[in-house]
Ligand binder design. Structure first.
Ligand SMILES: Cc1cc2nc3c(=O)[nH]c(=O)nc-3n(C[C@H](O)[C@H](O)[C@H](O)COP(=O)(O)O)c2cc1C
Length: 209
């Protein structure tokens, strides 16, 4: 079977792509508007791009009515944002912040979350997030104009915040301590609680739970 995604109705293409590209990490992006009001929303079209220089990418899709999401408006205006990572215990709060509230409403406060200070950028980070990346805007690549088109936001990481006890070997984030939430599609999420460590030289695989 072959499909031409561009001939499908937009929501159908969305469902097909988001159910195939799994699992995805979730960038919980904090920004401020020109009046200094905070905003936060989750985005799972999210990945790392480069480590030297350190760069992340988040795709903020244009709304079906052709308007831009608050996150994109704020990043265009202010050039700064914070990517917070979502652990399993934060699922409900994260989902609350995905609702469309009036522009300028503090979604984090409404979800019972707390803001914590940042060092290099104006937007604050979420105190409850175990990892947060302070970013400055490097570039926005809009794939097209009009409804549902992606706007890829590339952010250069200026600082990383890690909660106590998160580092393993003093150099990498401990996956068990991070307990990240993965995005599948629809109402589905996943955890990283079963990990395969592969030693290809010995053709040996070990399962950690
Ligand atoms: C888990 C999750 C992942 C999401 N991923 C994306 C995404 O990758 N791109 C996108 O444009 N919207 C995504 N959304 C929807 C936005 O979070 C939603 O449109 C939000 O209201 C945008 O907020 P804003 O207008 O404050 O920027 C996602 C929602 C959830 C719950």
């Amino acid at each position: 079977m072959e499909l031409d995604l561009s001939s499908l109705e937009a929501r159908h293409a969305h469902d097909l792509l988001t159910s195939a590209l799994i699992p995805r990490p979730i960038a919980w992006v904090a920004t401020v508007n020109s009046r200094g009001q905070a905003n936060i929303a989750p985005f799972s079209f999210f990945t790392g791009v480069s480590w030297s220089p350190p760069v992340l990418a988040v795709s903020v899709v244009t709304r079906p009515d052709g308007s831009y999401k608050d996150t994109l408006v704020n990043i265009r205006e202010g050039g700064e944002f914070v990517v917070n990572l979502v652990s399993v215990d934060l699922l409900a709060a994260m989902e609350q912040t995905a609702r469309s509230l009036p522009y300028g409403t503090d979604e984090a406060e409404a979800a019972g979350l707390h803001w914590a200070p940042t060092l290099k950028v104006k937007p604050q980070r979420i105190a409850e997030a175990r990892v947060a990346f302070e970013c400055t805007l490097a570039k926005i690549v809009s794939v097209d104009t009009g409804p549902d088109a992606g706007n890829l936001v590339l952010g250069r990481i200026q600082r990383v915040h890690l909660q106590e006890g998160l580092l393993a070997n003093e150099r990498e984030v401990d996956w068990q301590a991070l307990d990240p939430l993965g995005r599948l599609s629809g109402k589905r999420y996943c955890t990283v609680r079963s990990v395969i460590e592969s030693d290809y030289k010995r053709s040996q695989q070990t399962l950690f739970r």
